[in-house]
Design a protein around this ligand. Structure first.
Ligand SMILES: Cc1cc2nc3c(=O)[nH]c(=O)nc-3n(C[C@H](O)[C@H](O)[C@H](O)COP(=O)(O)O)c2cc1C
Length: 375
């Protein structure tokens, strides 16, 4: 059977992915405390980079006070370039394009990971979460420094040999915090109307693009990831996101990655609105900017069905952890051998670093699990 997602895909800059399936960005909690990648993390990526068209790495922080997780990849100091190079070389060495995801966690940082144990954000509004710290509002000067830090992290990605960066504007982190009317209550140039809440994300995109012009080449890919809605009141609405998407379609970007848990999921703010958020964005701007869809897709049929409405690229997250050889099994006619759930017996054969494995087995309902392979 020929599968449409096995066709190559060429971005507007002429760079071609050998197929349309990407590994979704997934934090693996396995880098060293100083941000350097570890041998087990490289091995985890090596075994997952032989099939997919591109690997979007676990997110990397662009500043010291933007760290979001234990064991996060660091992109915030020049001395981390050799570590980033190891990661890029590992992924590219197996044939996938390597794209580094970059962010600042803002008010979502665990305070104990920060130099002064104080989170920061657009405004001093705590996330809706038991015991969450109220962040300190960033000054204008600090905002400008963070924007510059996104440029510096991009330069390091270029020096390390990455094929691109993905600006992480999703999943409630700092860039989203500026776009959100919940976390951004500012009335200066960075906040207010939906247009003004776009100021920070657009400034980050500009800085990244400026850096690529200066230090990289036309072949460097710049993508953007967003979450289409927030549950909070006030919070990001689909209407806000479609307005933002119109604007992003005018930017010099190569793709827009829509972060949702389920590709087909409707609105989280209005249960009666069941249309897929990914598809809505595809229908609105897909002609101008390639969309990456993601979310609870496991089998080749799932991926093909998701692409039916014209979404050209699909990222697989948990599925690529569970089945590193997903593409190879499609390629060699062994689709029925694709694993779609995790067994506690698979730890060794799956090459999953211990911290990620612990997170997976200790978070109930996160991964589809079967008890024992031979039970
Ligand atoms: C272990 C794990 C870590 C994740 N870390 C990130 C991350 O670093 N950046 C990000 O944008 N999304 C992250 N996500 C979200 C995934 O990229 C993806 O959007 C989500 O898992 C839904 O896709 P899936 O059903 O194919 O797993 C993570 C998900 C998992 C399971």
């Amino acid at each position: 059977m020929t599968r449409k997602f096995m066709d190559s895909f060429t971005f507007k800059n002429g760079v071609t992915l050998k197929n349309r399936v990407l590994m979704a960005p997934m934090t693996n909690f396995s880098s060293q405390d100083n941000g350097e990648v570890t041998a087990e993390e490289l091995e985890y990526y090596r075994v997952r980079s032989g099939g997919v068209g591109a690997v979007l790495t676990a997110v990397a922080n662009v500043t010291d006070d933007g760290k979001g997780f234990h064991g996060e990849i660091g992109a915030h100091r020049d001395d981390l370039v050799p570590s980033l190079k190891k990661l890029a070389d590992t992924i590219k060495g197996e044939g996938a394009k390597a794209i580094l995801q970059i962010f600042h966690a803002g008010r979502m940082s665990p305070p104990e990971l920060l130099p002064d144990n104080q989170t920061v954000s657009a405004s001093a509004v705590a996330p809706v979460r038991e015991g969450a710290m109220t962040p300190r509002e960033l000054t204008n000067e600090e905002i400008e420094q963070i924007i510059k830090a996104f440029g510096d992290a991009t330069r390091r990605a270029i020096e390390a040999g990455f094929d691109g960066v993905e600006i992480h504007g999703a999943n409630t982190y700092l860039i989203q915090q500026f776009f959100s009317p919940h976390s951004n209550r500012r009335d200066d140039k960075w906040g207010g109307s939906v247009e003004k809440r776009m100021t920070f994300p657009l400034a980050v995109i500009d800085e990244v693009n400026k850096t690529v012009k200066e230090h990289g080449s036309d072949s460097f890919i710049v993508g953007y990831r967003l979450s289409p809605e927030e549950r909070e009141e006030p919070g990001i609405t689909t209407e806000d996101t479609l307005t933002f998407a119109d604007r992003l379609a005018q930017e010099d970007l190569h793709y827009l990655h829509v972060s949702v848990q389920d590709f087909h999921q409707g609105s989280m703010r209005d249960e009666s609105d069941t249309a897929s958020r990914v598809q809505l964005i595809q229908d609105r701007i897909g002609e101008k900017l390639p969309i990456i869809g993601v979310g609870s897709l496991h089998t080749p049929d799932d991926v093909e069905k998701a692409m039916e409405g014209g979404v050209p690229l699909i990222a697989l997250g948990r599925e690529i952890i569970v089945e590193p050889d997903w593409i190879q099994k499609v390629e060699t006619g062994r689709e029925e051998e694709i694993r779609t759930s995790l067994s506690v017996d698979d730890r060794e054969t799956l090459t999953v670093p211990e911290p990620l494995w612990q997170a997976i087995v200790n978070t109930k309902g996160w991964f589809p699990v079967k008890e024992h392979q031979n039970a």
